[in-house]
Design a protein around this ligand. Sequence first.
Ligand code: PLP
Length: 400
Amino acid sequence: MSFLSATLSRVKPSPTVAVTTLANELKAKGRDVIGLGAGEPDFDTPAHIREAGKRAIDEGKTRYTAPDGIAELKEAICAKFKRDNGLDYSPEQVSVGTGGKQILYNALMATLNPGDEVIIPAPYWVSYPDMTLLAGGEPVFVEATLENAFKITPDQLEAAITDRTKWFIFNSPSNPTGAGYTRDELKGLTDVLKRHPHVWIMTDDMYEHLAYDGFEFCTPAQVEPALYDRTLTCNGVSKAYCMTGWRIGYAAGDAKLIAAMRKIQSQSTSNPCTISQWAALEALNGPHDFIAEHNAVFKRRRDLVVEAMNAIDGITCPTPDGAFYVYPSIAGLIGKTSAGGTTIDSDEAFATALLEEKGVAVVFGAAFGLSPCFRISYATSDDALKEACGRIRDFCNSLS
Ligand code: PLP
């Protein structure tokens, strides 16, 4: 009998690890590698938020708190949902965890029984399927298409729902594509969900504030108030506030679900870092003008990368609405051979050869459940992006 749990055997190692490991090995050997894999802003946490963290330490706010967050932060989260999304939540409907990741994991752990299905649009953020499997559920994928700008349709959602469906996970703007659903597109999905009262909605709004060209962010419970009771609205400070390392995420929803999530957290990690909670309070309540400044930079970089990708023969790259990723298709390059002798028979082969031959690290599409594509994170300097795009162009042009 294996020492390791049967549950663990349901989960695959992160497919992104292979590329990251190879990138690190090459760097260690002194190779000049440009990393476009990171899922985090390259900006520092704004000064006023850092100060709030330092103040918390100096004021002795360094002890345990309530397992799912201090009252002040829960109040600020309620105010944020009202201000940004027009949603009314009370503090007992709010949970604060160690990053958005723990919030999503708690919710799945608190609700899934063996055989329960979780509908996940593909391409997806890499953790949704494996968290579902760890919690004993079954991921059900609905594949978006490039033609539909990487968004699923109401008919596709309808066809995926069964008696066993417990959750529909929704993420807009999306990691890895940056695709954002307009209000009408989301309404199409919520109309379907309205007809299936046993399906709950887990919306991951992590990239809410990272949207460009006037894209209007909206979230399911806002678009369809009839779904409010069975929607868990998840968000966090990691991305928009440049606080990935502080590890604060939060959610609001049904008070009984929130209590169940609290129970799991109280028996596992307990409260998220106290100092980070006080810093997150400042993030939500303090000035937000830096977000627009950062977005102007992100938009410029997005346009730079999209233009460079579309100028390459064999690559098609839609313009995303938000986040800091683009997801070009390499359908036009499959079957070719690289100068180094690699047959490009998959996006994984493409990403590996690109890294080995040109020193550019991207994440291949299979990791996100939709091939043949790759993900570029443009949360890095314009110079690095220009250099990387030039290398990708040279690599693609050298394929025969
Ligand atoms: N959801 C999405 C879509 C993400 O891209 C990420 C981070 O990459 C998370 C959740 C997790 O965020 P956190 O760092 O707050 O755990």
